[in-house]
Design a protein around this ligand. Structure first.
Ligand code: KG4
Ligand code: ZN
Length: 349
């Protein structure tokens, strides 16, 4: 039998993503981003994102079909991000997916965006290991998860108790006068800086925190420490080196992320770490994670940067996995949930 042909739709934030996969082969990954429309506001404006999705949705579907050389009638199923995300933005994708699935009379899977960020790795690095630790680091989430090869089985180990990792990058970029979204700019600036110039705090790493928040993250104290350091330097008449601050801040974030991820693997006897989400595109995170995984005997899997940030291919990849596992699709009256627990991989009601 031919592998199933799946179209995935992602509209949880500011990217209109449409991906097409056959089995676990990526055929198309079309993304239209409204990021430039949000830049002057210093963050994503939900209303602006929704309007952009309405404009980009159909052209992006057409582009993906053209790139893949398939027609909508060839599809076996559709997958769409059902949550979490901005509710108005999610509605554009879910309404489109429901209309398409009912017109084409094919199954529809409303899936969890966060699981998509992990499962997308199958498109590049083959089937998921039987069990892995997944570290999801994006603009809205920072979580450590136990992920099984059965994509429906995801157990949360820990998460941020305040800002997400990407949010911290975006906020510090703003303080440093770098554009939005700040992650890629801090990453770039840091290459010219000294990562040991300033020692910023590593949140939730004290021995007391290890008891209560072993696998949790906190970035708000770091954010305050960076802002205070800059103010003090300026008050003392010193010139602040943006690359040094960027590199030192990035080092603090990446140090904590990799340490906790590897501890989670070792503590659970897990030999594979998968990192996903926009912050997984960070060059220092990729290098440090590889070095520390090598030292600990852990196999690291990280998707290429384009598949780390939001895209439709990750939703198609997850949909395809569910179809191949014989999981029942979602009913067509499923709701759109801005908050969806990470353990709900596919919505069944
Ligand atoms: O996964 P994503 O595209 O969207 C969400 O689901 O949030 O992640 C976006 C986040 C933003 O905060 C952005 O600044 C961050 O990922 N990001 C990066 C890099 N590229 C994107 N952070 C650090 N370094 C990067 N190279
Ligand atoms: Zn995301």
């Amino acid at each position: 039998m031919n592998e199933p042909l799946i179209l995935g739709i992602e509209t949880s934030c500011d990217e209109t993503g449409v991906g097409i996969v056959r089995g676990s082969t990526l055929l198309a990954d079309a993304v239209a981003s409204s990021v430039e429309e949000h830049a002057r506001f210093g963050g994503v404006v939900p209303e602006v994102a929704s309007r952009a999705h309405v404009e980009a949705m159909i052209p992006t579907i057409q582009r993906a079909c053209g790139d893949a050389g398939v027609s909508l009638r060839d599809l076996d199923a559709i997958a769409v991000t059902g949550g979490p995300g901005l509710v108005g933005a999610l509605l554009i994708g879910t309404a489109t997916a429901k209309a398409l699935a009912s017109a084409l009379e094919i199954p529809l899977y409303a899936v969890n965006h966060l699981a998509g960020h992990v499962v997308v790795d199958e498109l590049e690095h083959g089937p998921l290991p039987q069990i892995a630790v997944g570290m999801l680091v994006s603009g809205g989430h920072s979580s450590l998860l136990l992920v099984h090869d059965d994509a429906e089985d995801v157990t949360p180990l820990g998460a941020t108790i305040d800002d997400a990792a990407g949010e911290a990058f975006d906020k510090i970029a703003r303080v440093l006068g770098l554009p939005f979204p700040g992650g890629p700019w801090i990453d770039k600036s840091a290459t010219e800086g000294n990562r040991n110039a300033i020692v910023f705090p590593r949140g939730l790493t004290s021995s007391k925190d290890q008891l209560e928040h072993q696998y949790d993250f906190s970035f708000s104290g770091l954010k305050t420490a960076v802002a205070r350091w800059i103010t003090q330097q300026q008050a003392a008449g010193h010139v602040v080196s943006v690359p040094d601050v960027a590199a030192s801040f990035q080092e603090a974030v990446v140090d904590v992320l990799t340490k906790k991820a590897i501890a989670a693997c070792l503590d659970h006897g897990v030999e594979h770490l998968i990192i996903g989400g926009g912050v997984a595109a960070n060059s220092r995170l990729r290098v440090m994670a590889q070095e520390r995984c090598d030292a600990a005997g852990i196999q690291l899997r990280v998707p290429s940067p384009k598949l780390c940030t939001d895209n439709g291919a990750m939703i198609a990849a997850l949909g395809s996995k569910l179809v191949r596992q014989g999981i029942a699709p979602s009913p067509l009256n499923f709701p759109t949930l801005s908050v969806l627990p990470v353990s709900t991989v596919v919505m069944h009601q």
